[in-house]
Design a protein around this ligand. Structure first.
Ligand code: COA
Length: 122
């Protein structure tokens, strides 16, 4: 199965988002949305982007597509001069463990259920 990653950017009332799609034979298998206008994306004089939403087609989960999309997203952020990647996820979940395995570090509590995580890109 040959998978390709494509990306585009659009402007929605001063907010800039990027979406990366994992496609195969014109079918979208997964999507990662990045947001570079979140206030937490500009801390300590550094620039970051938020990994905002990720969905993988239920038929294709646990095949490594999510991991590939995150790596492609990080590469894209680096190319655009970002210093770090940011996300939040459910506390004590398998996703939290997964992001830590991918190099993300605890930043601070987001709310009762979620924590913020970041990864330096340089
Ligand atoms: C969360 C999600 C994006 C992960 O994407 P994916 O393509 O399935 O992820 P990968 O195949 O790259 O696997 C990620 C890791 O988590 C593990 N994993 C995936 N689904 C899991 C599950 N349901 N329970 C436990 N572990 C799981 C995998 O084993 C893998 O670990 P490893 O590669 O280090 O062994 C996808 O499952 C999804 O779209 N879920 C529904 C939407 C959602 O919850 N999004 C959350 C972010 S907004």
């Amino acid at each position: 199965m040959k998978i390709t990653v494509s990306e585009y950017c659009y402007d929605n009332s001063n907010k800039v988002f990027y979406e990366l799609y994992m496609v195969n034979n014109e079918c979208v298998l997964g999507r990662l949305k990045l947001n570079d206008s979140h206030s937490k994306c500009k801390v300590m004089g550094m620039k970051g982007m938020l990994l905002e939403i990720m969905n993988i087609d239920v038929k294709y989960v646990r095949k490594g597509i999510g991991g590939k999309l995150i790596k492609a997203g990080e590469k894209m952020m680096k190319k655009r001069g970002m210093d770090y990647s940011l996300l939040y996820c459910l506390k004590d979940s398998w996703m939290e463990k997964w992001y830590i395995r991918l190099g993300y570090k605890y930043y601070m509590e987001h709310d009762e259920k979620n924590n913020w995580y970041y990864k330096m890109l340089k």
